[in-house]
Design a protein around this ligand. Structure first.
Ligand code: FES
Length: 100
C-alpha cells in the first residue's frame, strides 16, 4: 500500500495480509497518524483517506459509511473510511492520501 502523508511525501507500507485487517488497523500498526477514535465502527471519520489509485478493488461503501462521510464538508471525491476497507490479496498498489 502506498500512502501520501500530510506533507505530501509518498511512502510504501508492506502488509502481509494474513488476518482480516482493516486499512485503518494497518495504518495504525504502521505508525501513521490515524486516530480511529471510534474503534472502526464508522462513527468518527478520523480514519478518512482519499483513494487515489485502486478504488476498483474496494468493496462499495455501506450506507453507514456514506452517512458518516456526508457529514464532512469538502471531501475529495474518492474519500473512504479506512476502517471500512478490509485488506485482501489483490490490493497491491493501493494508493491513499491521509485526510482524517
Ligand atoms: Fe471511526 Fe473509522 S475509525 S470512522
Amino acid at each position: 500500500i502506498r500512502i501520501i502523508n500530510a506533507d505530501e511525501r509518498e511512502e510504501t507500507l508492506e502488509i502481509h495480509v494474513t488476518l482480516n485487517l482493516s486499512l485503518m488497523e494497518a495504518l495504525k500498526a504502521g505508525g501513521y497518524p490515524v486516530l480511529g477514535t471510534c474503534g472502526g465502527i464508522a462513527l468518527c471519520a478520523t480514519c478518512a483517506v482519499e483513494v487515489l489509485s485502486g478504488n476498483e478493488h474496494l468493496s462499495l461503501p455501506t450506507d453507514q459509511e456514506l452517512d458518516m462521510l456526508d457529514l464532512l464538508p469538502n471531501l475529495p471525491r474518492f474519500t473512504r473510511l479506512a476502517c471500512q476497507i478490509r485488506l485482501r490479496p489483490g490490493m497491491d498498489g493501493l494508493l491513499v492520501r491521509l485526510v482524517g
